[in-house]
Write a protein that binds this ligand. Structure first.
Ligand code: ATP
Ligand code: MG
Length: 251
């Protein structure tokens, strides 16, 4: 497989869960250039979380090959762990610890210690509007505050590639707009961002490239504006999405 300096190269990536009638993802082949904000879009059950979990090394594919920053995922997992950050779809924080204690824990897991870790935690708590809440239990946080803390946990070590699974679900407009603005800044500083979403309008504005998944397969891929332009029957990305994936419920 070519490893042409892309952030991510995947070929024929397939996952069958035990007992699943259909594969959750089915021969996904795509490449994401470095520097992009790349959106993985699709209805419930399309295979977004499965794809991201495999790319982050949390789940083994049934078959297929992945290169992250030129490293083979199967052969060089530790090299890959150093360059990626992962923000899961479900909040993964300790409710009985404060925001600062949670971030100390996650920073330690990424090998950060001492004054560097403390200054990174302060920096991001401040940026994400949580300075006043640093020493409160996460249990007492609103959904938006938990989501913002969850994101900081994945980027404290300043990864080259940041994966975020639905980072803007279940939060108000203020939190969402702050998160998108900060992620854009992080991208401008050189981090490739891979994110999954259901929000078509948001993806159209935020992503430089995207893939639409349905039933575990890529049904469209490209720059959002190009996709809309090339599909004249669709007024915007949401319209294109519905035309491609249909209107029936998936869950
Ligand atoms: N641990 C599992 N065991 C069996 N099947 C699973 C498991 N996790 C996911 N699936 C199935 O795999 C398919 C893809 O699921 P996945 O969670 O990747 O979709 P998604 O696009 O992230 O959906 P959502 O938008 O709801 O988060 C679905 O049919 C789902 O039911
Ligand atoms: Mg998911």
């Amino acid at each position: 497989m070519a490893t042409n300096g892309a952030a991510i190269d995947m070929a024929n990536l397939t996952k069958h869960y035990p007992g699943g009638a259909e594969p959750a993802i089915d021969h996904l082949t795509m490449s994401v250039p470095k520097g992009q904000v790349f959106g993985i879009l699709g209805p419930n059950g399309a295979g977004k979380t499965t794809t991201v979990a495999i790319l982050c090394g949390l789940l083994s594919p049934t078959h297929g090959e992945v290169h992250i920053n030129g490293h083979n995922l199967k052969l060089e997992p530790s090299a890959i762990r150093k360059v990626i950050g992962y923000v899961p779809q479900d909040i993964a924080l300790y409710p009985r610890l404060t925001a600062r204690e949670n971030l100390q824990f996650f920073g330690n897991m990424y090998g950060l210690r001492g004054p560097l870790l403390r200054s990174r935690i302060d920096h991001y708590l401040n940026q994400f509007g949580l300075r006043e809440h640093a020493d409160k239990l996460v249990d007492q946080f609103s959904g938006g505050m938990k989501r913002r803390t969850n994101i900081i946990a994945g980027l404290l070590h300043q990864p080259k590639i940041l994966f975020l699974d639905e980072p803007t679900v279940g939060i108000d407009v203020q939190s969402r707009s702050l998160i998108l603005q900060l992620l854009e800044e992080i991208n401008q500083q050189g981090t490739t961002i891979i994110y999954t979403s259901h929000h078509m309008e948001e993806a159209q504005q935020f992503c430089s490239g995207l893939a639409i998944l349905d039933h575990g397969q890529i049904i469209k891929e490209g720059a959002p504006d190009t996709l809309v332009r090339e599909n004249e029957a669709s007024a915007n990305l949401e319209d294109l999405f519905l035309n491609l994936t249909g209107r029936s419920l998936r869950d």
